[in-house]
Design a protein around this ligand. Structure first.
Ligand code: AMP
Ligand code: ZN
Length: 495
């Protein structure tokens, strides 16, 4: 029997505003789509919180032995400043500012995004599609929406006709707005609007002369609207109807509302069974955000190079800090709060070390199965990581009392305790043991030093020394790679 058959998972559905028992469309399988980053600048800790919440959700669904197809896109075109239907594309604007190709902007920040997620021990999604890689699918979708009479063409741009759609469907169903309320966030440039109504949103925009990213279409040389890419890519990889769609709460309106309208206009069915929205990470009580500068970057947090903190924190401490709050609650970042998380994380790791050396008795005085059930109960209750962590601290207490001889545990229960702790701490929460990280840092530092010495040897034309360093490192599984940008290295998994 698979684990998910033994557990009843409940998910808070933002569409119904209720916790619902989770039933996948296809038994044992889950389609999960999460809106990815717009790659025009570094991700900050706020963005990381949203992606980390879904990384943990993905990890738990996999732990329950579901077969999960997790799609998280990269927005590399079409996301306009202020999400309005006028103004600059965020990536194009950055490219013009830095005098580089838009695709150089995309490449730089996509690499940066992956680098951060690797450092923070994220699992890669199953598919990571890009908007620019799916222009054909987006054009096809626009054609379908036009053919249904729900979009119109003006001067080479195509807009979704919200009021027409709202005659038979409910625009605002997710964000619980009526049609008048949806005027908000639908700003119009005075006198310049091509739209029939301010609520209408762009499916395709004709490119202006200095718009560097553009494609041929039946309507103009232009580019797709931001909302469309997610509908096109989720449908392509997960079908007309799929299980879970996630993103930050700030994407509910207009982005997700528009996604629902586009997909429904094409396929006449609710595209998503469970909508999940994460709450915001704040700093000094204000939302962390790229545009206001009220943010901390993950690298700043790890190095301690930020005015908001007095030292650096490891990736696992950051994960622990974020998981101590439920994904639907606001989490305020502060040095004091993350210091407390660091203490908690260290305490948990010490207990895990102590667990390895516990005395095994003939009988147990602790109810390990009850404790194990409470861990699953926490995660089955809408992925309640703070309650899970409280249970892990409970396990710390149990371990300490066994160590001190106040309680005892038999072999059978010990195996359950160990397996459950390891599953939840490392597999589900994605935490790592501190020493492994410290060893990695020491290893990196040592290899960098040897690369420096090898470069000096090469400068001195001491080829024998240079080759010796390269060959001896290779013999222990560390391969140096020379390129025009310098020397990098890879470590074989056995090191
Ligand atoms: P963006 O690259 O701006 O499209 O944002 C990527 C993701 O990060 C989206 O799901 C946003 O909702 C989310 N996000 C942005 N700011 C925050 C924040 N302060 N706290 C949590 N999530 C955020
Ligand atoms: Zn999206």
């Amino acid at each position: 029997m698979k684990k998910h058959e033994q557990n009843t998972l409940e998910i808070y559905n933002s569409l119904s505003k209720k916790k619902e028992v989770f039933t996948p469309i296809k038994k044992g399988n889950i389609g999960l789509y999460v809106c990815g980053p717009t790659v025009y600048s570094d991700v900050h800790l706020g963005n990381v919180r949203t992606f980390m919440s879904f990384d943990t959700i993905f990890r738990y669904l996999k732990h329950l032995e579901y077969k999960v197809r997790y799609v998280r896109n990269i927005t590399d075109a079409g996301h306009l400043v202020d999400d309005a239907d006028h103004g600059d594309d965020k990536i194009v604007k950055k490219a013009l500012l830095e005098k580089i190709e838009p695709m150089e902007v995309v490449q730089r920040y996509t690499v940066g995004f992956h680098d951060i997620l690797n450092k923070l021990n994220f699992l890669p999604p199953s598919i990571e599609p890009t908007a620019t890689g799916h222009i054909v699918e987006q054009i096809e979708m626009i054609k379908t929406i036009i053919s249904k009479g729900l979009a119109y063409v003006v001067n080479g741009s195509v807009y979704f006709d919200v009021l027409k759609y709202n005659e038979t469907e409910n625009y605002g169903i997710l964000s619980r707005r009526n049609i008048e309320d949806t005027m908000e966030n639908s700003r119009v440039l005075d006198g310049q609007s091509e739209k029939k109504n301010p609520q209408d949103f762009a499916l395709w925009k004709k490119a202006s002369e200095n718009h560097l990213m553009h494609w041929e279409s039946p309507w103009s040389v232009g580019f797709p609207g931001w909302h469309l890419e997610c509908s096109a890519m989720s449908t392509k990889y997960l079908g007309n109807k799929f299980d879970i769609h996630g993103g930050g709460m700030d994407l509910k309106f207009p982005h997700h509302e528009c996604e629902i309208a586009q997909s429904k206009a094409c396929n006449h069915t609710e595209p998503v069974n469970y909508w999940m929205h994460t709450n915001m990470l704040t700093l000094n009580g204000q939302k962390m955000s790229k545009s206001t500068g009220n943010n901390i970057l993950p690298d700043e947090l790890m190095s301690g190079d930020s005015k908001h903190i007095s030292k650096g924190y490891s990736p696992s401490v950051l994960r622990f800090f974020m998981m101590q709050a439920h994904y639907r609650s606001i989490l305020d970042f502060s040095g004091t709060a993350i210091d407390a998380s660091e203490k908690g994380y260290n305490k948990l790791m010490t207990s895990i070390e102590n667990m390895e050396v516990l005395n095994i008795s003939d009988k147990s005085t602790v109810d390990i199965n009850k404790w194990k059930d409470s861990c699953y109960k926490a995660m089955n209750d809408d992925f309640n990581t703070p309650i899970l962590i409280a249970n892990l601290f409970e396990a710390s207490k149990i371990i300490n009392s066994i160590k001190e001889g106040k309680q005892s545990i038999n072999k059978h229960d010990y195996i359950i305790l160990k397996e459950t702790i390891n599953s939840f701490v490392f597999e589900v929460l994605g935490l790592e043991k501190q020493e492994k990280k410290q060893n990695n840092i020491a290893l990196e530092g040592s290899v960098e030093l040897l690369i420096k010495l090898r470069n000096q040897a090469r400068d001195n034309k001491d080829w024998a020394m240079s080759d010796q360093i390269r060959d001896e490192l290779l013999a222990i599984g560390i391969q140096l790679k020379d390129s025009k940008d310098g020397t990098s290295f890879t470590v074989s998994a056995s090191v």
